[in-house]
Design a protein around this ligand. Structure first.
Ligand code: BTN
Length: 331
């Protein structure tokens, strides 16, 4: 009921009468008053005026299970939410929930991570309140060789969510980084459990830098945060993390439903390629035992990156195998 009352308060900038809440949920005024107090304790500023009712003041930022649930506009995605004030890693916890049988679309969110995981075995700095740390559980029917494509879908969903909530322009560095002004604002770590011909579950972990002030030395040059970037366009505020999460889930659900049906990225290829930071530029493809340069022509329907080499062959680069960079550095 707390989530529903929060949704009612958020649906208007006006007062919501205590009586209308009582009527809607068939509860007493005292019960409503108790829930309003719980919301206040969670950090919401709620004005109470006699004969008018309650009004939610959008001051400060609350991130909690109720906050996330009351915002969600998806049909089935992120309807089951596990929120933690602190955690080792949302990916690790999402895998535990998946092993315990949580439904497809369950979302794990935390305010901080003590052991955040980055790609290639690296860590992911995760200070309290500074970023979005979330992991989504999927239980697809498609084959494991298609699993890496969900990373591309998530990158596009994050890019669209950031653009909608900030007016900033995003790009994507294939396969799993979202970029603003040539610097990384979001990383995605997709992990899978299953057999050769069967996916038990996929966990897609997303870290969006929102308010970070500093980054570790090794990534300082290539990392940025939304706060840093909105300052550049003279906007004062970054979006609330719960809003960013809601928008990301909304776009992801839309794209993922189509992908599940078609098992191909053909429907999204053009839109994705418009975001690609290296499109029609020279890139370096670095495998473990080889490397070459070429011109990047975007992704195909399988999410592979098409790179035309100096010998005029067209290579299809699979994610996971290699790292792709601009010839002068990160992009
Ligand atoms: C990268 O190195 O670019 C991937 C970073 C992924 C970080 C996110 S934060 C939420 C989720 N939980 C983790 O431990 N990692 C991912």
């Amino acid at each position: 009921m707390k989530t529903e009352i929060l949704s009612m308060l958020r649906s208007t900038s006006d007062y919501v009468s205590g009586q209308s809440i009582c009527k809607k949920f068939g509860v007493s005024r005292t019960a409503v008053w108790k829930i309003i107090n719980q919301l206040k304790e969670e950090g919401y500023e709620i004005e109470a005026v006699q004969k008018k009712g309650y009004r939610l003041l959008e001051i400060g930022e609350v991130i909690s299970e109720s906050e996330l649930k009351s915002r969600m506009k998806t049909k089935w995605l992120a309807r089951e939410i596990y929120y933690y004030d602190e955690i080792d890693s949302t990916n690790t916890r999402a895998k535990q929930h998946a092993e315990e049988g949580c439904p497809q679309g369950a979302l794990v969110v935390s305010n901080m991570q003590k052991a955040g995981k980055g790609s290639r075995g690296r860590g992911w700095q995760s200070p309290s309140g500074a970023a979005v740390y979330m992991s989504l559980v999927l239980r697809p029917k498609f084959l494991p060789n298609k699993a890496s494509m969900v990373t591309l879908i998530m990158a596009l969903a994050v890019a669209k969510a950031i653009e909608e909530t900030t007016e900033l322009s995003c790009q994507i560095k294939w396969p799993n980084d979202v970029i603003i002004n040539k610097r990384k604002v979001c990383g995605i770590l997709t992990e899978m459990s299953g057999e050769q011909d069967y996916i038990q579950y996929i966990v897609i972990g997303v870290g969006i830098n929102v308010k970070e002030q500093t980054f570790p030395d090794d990534i300082r040059q290539k990392a940025t945060s939304l706060e840093e970037e909105v300052r550049e366009i003279n906007r004062k505020e970054v979006p609330k993390r719960a809003y960013l999460i809601e928008r990301t889930m909304y776009y992801f659900e839309e794209y993922y439903e189509l992908f599940e049906e078609k098992e191909s990225l053909a429907f999204l290829k053009e839109e994705y390629n418009q975001y690609l930071v290296n499109k029609e530029k020279e890139v370096k493809v670095l495998g473990t035992s080889y490397g070459y340069t070429g011109i990047c022509h975007g992704i195909n329907e399988n999410g592979e990156l098409l790179v035309e080499t100096e010998k005029n062959t067209l290579e299809k680069v699979c994610s996971g195998e290699v790292s792709v960079r601009g010839i002068y550095g990160y992009v």
